[in-house]
Design a binder for this molecule. Structure first.
Ligand SMILES: Nc1ncnc2[nH]cnc12
Ligand SMILES: [Zn+2]
Length: 346
């Protein structure tokens, strides 16, 4: 491809906005903006541990993944009714519609709600209603991914899979998230094998804080279709080769990595090294309400920090569409649109 002309920050911002984008790594509970959290808490007569939106936002300083997760699980406690799940999901979809995100693959953590007594149907019905409305009104296509909490026993994941069985037409894939260290993928081999037998697609968080060995386990023991984060893969040359040869999609989350101190500075972010190594990396927001940015802010701030070229941004965007679990016809449509935008900027 010829080098593209946009170079100044406003030109790059225009390119980022114009590109049709897919988001592949987004926890819907992590899109819970403090303002909405307070509004829903009031509606449900719940008192939050923080006095104000500002006080809550000030608490969003994390030294590691666990410190974030402690607040993330506290935040989601506010969700009680189908309407709450709808409002949460709809707010995310309206936000990313304004950023020209055209396809989303969202995670939710059913166990984080079940253990508080919120039944499976309440959760998924509210989320699906918002997804279906946004597809009709904004043209956003979607896949819903049920994620298992790795700090809980595998037995709990099996029980959750049973509850999901009436909804398998609506759940496209399964994931693995929460506290990574000490909870390797091998702990969940059985339940992921059962998910594969049911025809579900498989992904897992691996190599965010955990070692490259956890990425190997996700590949070989869980047989993932993609890897969420995968940063620490770069510590293992043989693994890099494996990921490159298989063109395994990595759903990387720059602002998350910065806020959780996976990288000390955005200048040190591994995306340039991943692209250089020929890995199929994508950019995503993870938990945008907690990490200070949705899709476009992730792309823009990373571009500014590491000096991505316009062609790099296009490659990352193309990788997301190609690496998505959208229907083939939908991928073709989005890729054709991407080519038209690129032609306009050339
Ligand atoms: N970045 C992350 N890593 C692991 N589990 C998560 N749950 C929500 N965000 C997460
Ligand atoms: Zn995540």
């Amino acid at each position: 491809m010829t080098a593209l002309s946009p170079k100044t920050p406003p030109e790059i911002a225009r390119l980022i906005q114009a590109l049709p984008k897919a988001e592949l790594h987004l926890h819907i509970e992590g899109s819970f903006e403090p303002e909405l959290m307070f509004a829903i808490a009031k509606r449900n007569r719940i008192t939050l541990s923080y006095d104000s939106v500002e006080a809550l936002k000030e608490a969003y300083q994390f030294n590691n993944l666990q410190e974030f997760l402690d607040l993330y699980y506290q935040g989601m406690n506010v969700l009680q009714t189908r309407q709450d799940y709808y409002d949460l999901t709809r707010a995310y979809l309206d936000k990313v519609h304004s950023q020209n995100v055209r396809h989303v693959e969202i995670f939710w953590d059913p166990q984080g709600h079940l253990e508080r007594g919120i039944d499976f149907a309440t959760q998924i019905d509210g989320i699906l209603q918002a997804l279906k409305e946004a597809r009709a009104q904004h043209g956003i296509s979607y896949r819903l991914i049920m994620s298992f909490l790795r700090h809980l026993p595998e037995e709990s994941a099996f029980e959750t899979l049973e509850l999901a069985k009436p909804y398998l037409d609506e759940i496209y894939g399964v994931g693995l998230d929460s506290s990574e260290m000490g909870h390797p993928p091998e702990k969940f081999q059985g339940v992921f094998a059962a998910c594969r037998d049911l025809g579900l697609r498989i992904t897992a968080h691996a190599g965010e804080e955990g070692p490259a060995d956890y990425v190997w386990q996700a590949l070989d023991l869980l047989q993932v279709d993609r890897v969420d984060h995968g940063n620490r893969s770069l510590e293992d040359d043989t693994l890099i080769e494996r990921l490159k040869e298989s063109q395994m999609v990595l759903t990387v989350c720059p602002l998350s990595n910065l806020k959780l101190q996976v990288v000390k500075d955005l200048n040190d972010h591994p995306i340039p090294a991943m692209l250089q190594a020929g890995l199929k990396a994508t950019i995503n927001s993870d938990d945008p309400a907690y990490f200070g940015g949705y899709m476009n802010e992730n792309l823009m701030q990373l571009q500014q920090a590491v000096g991505l070229s316009a062609d790099d941004i296009i490659t990352l965007t193309r990788n997301s569409i190609e690496g998505s679990w959208a229907e083939e016809a939908r991928k073709k449509e989005l890729l054709a649109e991407l080519d038209r935008v690129v032609a306009d900027f050339s």
